[in-house]
Structures are given as structure tokens and as C-alpha cells.
Design a protein around this ligand. Sequence first.
Ligand code: ADP
Ligand code: ZN
Length: 745
Amino acid sequence: MNAAPTQSDPAATSPVFSASVRRVKVLLPLPLAGAYDYRLPDDMTARPGAFVHVPLANREMVGVVWDPPDGAEAGGGVPDEKLKAVEAILPVPPLPEENRRLIEWISAYTLAPPGAVLRMAMSAPQALGPPKTRTAYALSDEPPPLRMTAARQRVVEFLRDGPALPAADLARETGVTPGVIRGLADAGVLVPVQIREDLEPPEPDAHRPGPSLSAAQAEAADDLRRKASEGGFSATLIDGVTGSGKTEVYFEAIAAALAAGRQVLVLLPEIALSAQWLERFADRFGAPPAEWHSDLTAAQRRSTWRLVAEGRIKVVVGARSALHLPYPELGLIVVDEEHDQSYKQEDGVIYHARDMAVVRAHLGRFPIVLASATPSLETVANCEAGRYARIDLPERHGGADLPTIEMVDLRRDPPARQAWIAPPLRAALERCLAAGEQALLFLNRRGYAPLTLCRACGHRLQCPNCNAWLVEHRFSKRLECHHCGHWIPAPKDCPECGAEDQLAPCGPGVERLAEEAALLFPQARLEIATSDTLMGPLAAAAFVDRMASGETNLVIGTQIVAKGYHFPMLTLVGVIDADLGLAGGDLRAAERTFQLLSQVAGRAGRAGRKGRVLLQTANPDARVLQAIAAGDRDGFLAVEADQRAAGGWPPFGRLAAIIVSGPEERPVEEVAKALARTAPAAEGLRVLGPAPPPLALLRGRYRRRLLLKADRTISVQKALRDWLSGLKSPSQVRVYVDVDPYSFM
Ligand code: ADP
Ligand code: ZN
């Protein structure tokens, strides 16, 4: 190697770093390795966190002035004279310190580039511009003399101690015609001023009284109120059966945080469907919270992001992305249904919002509350290790009994051919509907049939882009892939052998189940509830109304109806296939089945009327179903924990997945094998694979997985960084890491 300095060595081409050039590091919302250096013009001051306009290649971008915590001084890299200058500092509050540290934390933990994490905090680009304004009228400081009519006088009086208002509002408030306002403005008595367009949001009132709490609820609420008003990091699990008042209890913690002048974040799974929750919040606090989720309009995003940054929005309820808003005064996070798998983001930056919310609370030194009736094994283990506190709410509020849970053994009581409602469930449905009550049939499968088969040649209709069957949707007359969105019009003839009318649906989806139920119960007012039918908050709210009014009395739904809803007249839940979630058999299959079925069961009998749950199964001896029927959650968790501990699986060991994918199978296979050859070898660490996953082809990309399994004492991040840094792979092959994987597809 040539020992002389080369062109690419910056110190060689620029022997003098002028001390007079002010450098700043700017992190850009791009998947780059780190922050870039820029020159800060003399007339600018940029605090860490400031949003700035900078040039990059031939475009202009918004980034954030960064302050690496390791104290690395700006400097080195690009020589002074090649530095590009910061163009402008944007008129928004800087990204708070805690957000910046959280971005670094998530990046270090997930191995995602910091700029990719930053992008999640900049999800409302329009919020970074100057706030939108409109013209209002105020009184001139030196009004010219003008003849005063009574109407003119009223306007002048109003503005003497009232706020500047747009012309139309001013006319309305003072009861004059718009012409009067125009006349005053033309004469120079009124002067135009610019006011902010986004309205001051109504503030939730921390001091409104809540309901009177039961003894157990009051004790829990006292504990959380104290934590929320004193501040300081703590993590607390509220562990209570559905309907025990977990929400009422954490509302008390919210009230205390608000009274202490802090902002509050509540994370909910399926925020778009939480109409009932939003209503309860507004009832309790006299004003709605701000919402943050993917269904907002651009204008809503802009205004919410900005008002949060200014500390003027006090309570945000949202999906996981709400964690990245720029709260200057965050003082409490609540993660409801903390066990819910939708908190794990599976694309882009792969992270677990519940876990990162705990990090956020730790960075901000304030409490976090996790609530669940079926807490995750991870959280239970954290409680047992003393890292999290735990509050138990063992009883349903108002003495409502938990529903009885019975199994229907499909081997003994099978349904008719091509039918899925077994006789005991049918009888229970008859009784329920005759009594004027409501029932829910639960089947976690959208569409009409999960598989279409040709009776003539045996051909199965498969997605061309994925290792998956096409799912028939009869309402839309399509066959759809649930993984990539590919669809075809439902064919009449077999695409393989051409046989006519030989395509047969196999197995049930909710649409097919609804067909059966409509035949059995022609009088029932039946409705299908899935992500296809309840798109967005409005549709969900309308569904809630139809349930509350009794307009619907039989719901056939997927997991979308399992969560959170409280329908007093719903007394019967029938689970069509309790074995469905156990089929794949991944690490958490039993745990997830327990959680999902408990949650569905919890919809039954929530208000005085006794609830009943029937689980249809071909494996009534399965441990998880036995535990649900016996209401033995703790016993189930204990056995589950023992098994995981014995195998060294999470949460008792660490796990990271490496997924290799590409448009051609050979190079993917080769990169995967190369990874296996260079796998780290150390005590307490193993690499499994590569193996083709169940979705070995997904969205047109071939896939292989490796799994890194390590003792809890080992840093998988370091092992992964060392391992992957040496990897060379063709540009079309992508390698990404999923730390703490939840999906094994
Ligand atoms: P969870 O969150 O544990 O499912 P909720 O807080 O939703 O329980 O309570 C279930 C139902 O009981 C709700 O309708 C709630 O308003 C009501 N409830 C709970 N506690 C009280 C209380 N102390 N006083 C009045 N109503 C209560
Ligand atoms: Zn597909």
C-alpha cells in the first residue's frame, strides 16, 4: 500500500483546519451511517435539536442539528473549504434532547441507521414550515379620526380588550355587517394582523372528579397518582381481568400527570378502532385527547405535531408512531394491552414500541404504566425480577362475573359437512338470540375461504409473488393474497387444467361462516366485522353504535373485535377454531393463543348478565385451552416460563433474526450460506440456519432466515455488528436484522 497521503485523505488536501469555521453535525432522515458536518454561517445560532435546511447533493433537505453524546467534536472528515453551509434554521421548537437520545438508543438496539429512526420523528414534514396563518383585524394604535356609528363603536369596543379576529368572526361577534368591518379597515381604524390558523386545542381538565373507586382500584390509583406527580422513572404493570377498571385506574395517573403540568402519551393497539376509548376519555376529562395514527389527514398531522412540540397539546393517544412526537414535557406513558403484538413494527425500523416506550420513560425520568389482562411473558419476567412493579386488580367492576368457558370437542360433536358451527354452539346461539342478547362468533380469517382447489386436477391457487394461497373474497369476487395485496378476479375455470366449475373453496373465512349463520338463524341481524369492513375510525364508531343500539345482534369477526370493546348485551362468544393460532408453532404460539382467546372471551358478559364462551377445538387436551377454560393464567404462564427458561428462549435468553432476501434465489442462498460460515462462535451463543421460512417467497423476493440465540449476558448487538460488518453481498440482496423477533414467517 502506498504510504503517501492519497486524494481521499482529507488531512492531506487540507492541512489547515481554520478555527474560525463553525461546524455543526446534522442528522438527516435518511438511512445513512451517521450525521454529516455542515458549516454554520456567522449570523446563525443553532441549538442542538434545531431543525435546519441543508443542501445534500443537488437537493435541499431538512435535518436536525445533532449533539453526539460521546462528545465527539465536530471536525475531521470534510475539509473546511468543502463544507456546505446550513441554509436556514426552521421556525419550530428544537427536537427535545430526550427524543434525540431515544433515536440513538433505538438505532443502537435495532441496528437501524439513526437517520432511519429520525425519519419516524419527522413524519409530519409540513409541520416544520412556518405555521399557517390567516388575516385578522386589530385596533390601530393611532386610529385616524372617523365618524362613529353605533355599529362601528361596538367593533371598536370589542377590540379594545378582545382578541384580533378574522373579519367574518368579528362581524358575527359584534353583530355588524361585513361592510362595517371593511369600512373601518379602509379608514385605517382597524389594521390587518396575521394570526395562527391552528386552534388552541381544548385542554383536558385534570381536576374533574372521576368515579368513586373500589378499594382495590383506589389503592392502585393512589400508587400511580403518587408516581405521576412525583416523577422519576418507574415501570408498573396493572394486571387485571378485562372489565376490572384498569382504564379507570390509569385515568387517575393521567389526571395527576396533567395536574403536575406534564404531557401524557397513551399507546393503544388499533388506535383507529378505539372510538369507545376516546369517548370515555372525553367524558372523564371534558375534552378529547389528540390522536396520532395513520388515518390522520396531512393538515391534522401538521397541526398536531406542532402543537405537541409547543407543549400545547397535553394528551396524545396513538399507535406506536406517537412515541416519536417531540414532547417537550412528557411526564407519563401508558401502554394499554401491553402484550399486543401490533406494538412490534415489522418493517422499516424493526422495533418494539412497548419496550422503546420504557426506554423513553427512563430517559425522561418519569413513570410508565403497562396494562393488560394477559401480560406478556416478557413483562411478567420483568415484574418477577423486580424491574417493574405490579398492581393486581383481580375482580370485574361491580361484581360482574367472568364468563364461563367451555370446550366443544369437535371430534365428539362435529358440525355438518361443509359447516363449522357445531351443535352445542348452535344451541347456545339459539338461546342467546331468543333471549334478546347479542353473540359474537370469532374466526381469525378474513374472506370466504383460505384456499381454492380444483376438483379435477388438484391445483391450488397460489400467489405468484408469495408462498401463500390466494384467499377468496366473495363480496368483492376476488382471490387475494393477504401478504402482498396481489389479486385476481375469482375465476370460473381452473387456470391449470381449464376444467369448468370445478374450483372449490376449502375451509372457512368469516364470510363463509356468515353464510352458514344466516342459514341457521335467518332472523338474526348479522354483521361481519373485519379490517375489510371496519376501515377507519368512522366505520368503527358506526359499528359500535349498531351494537349499542342492538341493531346488530350477531357479529362474525376477526381479532379486530377482540380488543377493548365493551358491549353490555353481548353474552355469548363462540370461538370457531381455537386451534388455529397453535398451528404455526412458533415460540409464542401458545402464549398468543392464550392472550387472544382470553381477550375474545372477555367480550362476553361484561355488565351484570352472565357470559358464556364456547371454544370449538379438536384438541381439548391442549395445555393452553385447558388453562383458558380453568381460568388458570398464572399456572399457564409458569409452565410456559419454565419451558422457555429451560431452552434458553426469550425472555430468558436473547434472540435476533437475520433475514436475507432478493429477487433471485441463488444469490440469496449464497449470502445466507456465507453468513453461516462467518457466524460468530462464542460461549453462550449459537447461530441457527439458514433455513427457508414459511414465507420463503414474499412480495417477489426469495428469503432465508438465520437466528442468533444467546445468553442474556451477551450483547447480541455487538455480535451482530462484528458479524455483519464483514459481509459482502450483491446489491440486490438485502440483509436485515430483527432483534427480539416476534414473527418467524
Ligand atoms: P378494563 O380496562 O380493566 O377492561 P374498564 O376500566 O374498562 O376495565 O372498566 C370496565 C367497565 O366498568 C367500564 O364501563 C368502566 O366505566 C366501569 N367501571 C370500572 N370501574 C368503575 C368504577 N369505579 N365506577 C364506575 N364504573 C366503573
Ligand atoms: Zn402475495
